[in-house]
Design a protein around this ligand. Structure first.
Ligand code: GDP
Ligand code: MG
Length: 357
């Protein structure tokens, strides 16, 4: 069974009956008949349904933009022709998938059409979803889980240009981790921009986690040292460090990030556990360029793709995979606390293509 059908079976109509989702869980997840395990699983099944709804809602614009164009194309051409392929190529490029990715995708698709003698565009719709995402689903190199430390505070460093959503993402993640029972500390390493420290402090108050910050203009490394030191001494589970997003000068930014890494390692040699680069999905190819630049100047371990709710394109996830080759660990699907979600390719595909399923 192809990816398209697998995902359709997993999520479709689960709001009405819950039966498909239940089946998925019964067959794949529940291996023990232990009472406690079953209870845990009931909770997680509801969570999955809630998460699917957040994906659906956050991807509304992309469904109405990119995916509805695909549907219209299928309606316009019943049979697969050269004109059909030309228009398909255009639609995919417009969706921020990235030109190179689209070209190789179209080649693969043409081959399949020929080999399998596919004539109907209606059927090809499913093949398109399968082929577009197969590289993502089959790839085991890109682990999207956060690398939590078992022995000392987990240090998460957030980088990215101004306005992409670093501070907001830290706030949302603080809320999520706190709800999981973790002791969380936020560190205001953006001492450059007026109001940045206060913005993070407000998130710490809103989410009920602790905070370390100093006045504007001080050396970020000194604040960060204080924060990581406190986290270590007071046995926090997670420390999240905000930074300023200046990319005017690569050399300066590289030096600043090196210094930040040095002071973190003074306290915890194996930290930071993750350096997460925040990319604003609405910036398209510009976001891809940012990712390439940051990858050159520091060790990025993962991407947080924000503002997916604000784009009608929805294909940037594929461009990140093909052109940057870093795992997307979280996605932002709106401004509310619960709108930050662990990136899950299957929920993402469902949120995008559910109207076709
Ligand atoms: P920073 O400069 O990188 O720290 O960016 P901020 O955290 O200050 O965010 C800039 C703006 O983007 C704020 O208005 C946020 O509310 C908004 N924002 C962040 N993430 C998302 C998201 O996933 N969806 C939407 N719609 N807005 C977001
Ligand atoms: Mg900020």
């Amino acid at each position: 069974m192809g990816l398209f059908n697998k995902i359709k079976n997993m999520f479709k109509d689960d709001h009405d009956s819950g039966s498909n989702l239940e089946q998925t869980f019964n067959s794949n997840e529940i291996s023990s008949t232990d009472d406690l395990e079953v209870k845990d699983d009931l909770v997680s099944r509801e969570d999955v349904q809630d998460e699917v709804k957040i994906y659906e809602k956050g991807l509304t614009k992309s469904r109405q933009g990119f995916v509805s164009k695909l549907v219209n194309l299928t309606n316009k051409y019943n049979k697969v022709t050269d004109e059909y392929f030309e228009e398909l190529e255009e639609i995919l490029i417009m969706a921020d998938i990235g030109v190179n990715t689209v070209m190789s995708f179209i080649d693969r698709l043409r081959k399949r059409v020929k080999q399998e003698k596919i004539e109907s565009t209606e059927y090809l719709k499913e093949v398109i979803v399968d082929e577009l995402f197969i590289i993502y689903v089959n790839d085991e190199v890109l682990v999207n889980k956060i690398n939590f430390s078992k022995t000392s505070p987990t240090v998460l460093l957030f980088v990215g240009v101004n306005g992409v959503g670093k501070t907001t993402t830290i706030g949302k993640l603080a809320w999520k981790l706190k709800n999981e029972g973790k002791k969380v500390l936020l560190v205001a390493g953006d001492t450059f921009r007026a109001g940045a420290t206060k913005q993070l402090e407000e998130w710490s108050i809103k989410t009920g986690v602790d905070f370390v910050g100093r006045e504007e203009g001080v050396d970020p490394s000194s604040v960060i040292y204080d924060g990581v030191d406190k986290a270590y001494k007071e046995k926090y589970d997670v420390v999240m460090i905000d930074t300023a997003g200046r990319l005017q000068n690569k050399v300066n930014l590289m030096k600043e990030l090196e210094k930040i890494n040095r002071v973190i390692k003074k306290v915890i040699p194996e930290a930071p556990n993750e350096t997460l680069l925040i990319i604003d999905a609405t910036t398209g190819q510009n976001g891809i360029s940012q990712a390439k630049s940051f990858k050159e100047i520091t060790d990025i371990t993962g991407i947080v793709l924000t503002k997916l709710d604000g784009t009608a394109k929805g294909g940037i996830v594929l461009a990140i995979k093909e052109e940057v080759n870093l795992p997307v660990k979280y996605i932002g699907l709106g401004e509310a606390k619960e709108d930050l979600q662990v990136f899950d390719i299957e929920k993402y595909i469902y949120g995008l293509f559910k109207d076709m399923m």
